[in-house]
Design a binder for this molecule. Structure first.
Ligand SMILES: [Cu+2]
Length: 74
């Protein structure tokens, strides 16, 4: 089953941030959909929890140099 989470991210300020974060998350397996918004400072991620955990998604974002502030269930 797909899970949808909204991940609030610090220092997300422009289109470059949107692309960097989207690309980092999209390349992981088990990801169905990624929507990054710099005005909202958040990324909505739809993924298959039987393939990938939210922790791995967070790690991929942090590896890009961003700090995750909050994770919301949609
Ligand atoms: Cu930016």
């Amino acid at each position: 089953m797909d899970t949808l989470k909204t991940i609030k991210i610090k220092q997300m300020s422009c289109g470059g941030c949107e692309r960097a974060i989207s690309n980092a998350v999209k390349e992981l397996s088990g990801i169905k959909e990624v929507n990054a918004s710099s005005p909202k400072k958040e990324v909505k991620v739809k993924f298959d929890e039987s393939i990938i955990s939210i922790d791995k998604i967070i790690k991929a974002i942090e590896k890009e140099g961003y700090e995750v502030k909050e994770i919301l269930n949609d």
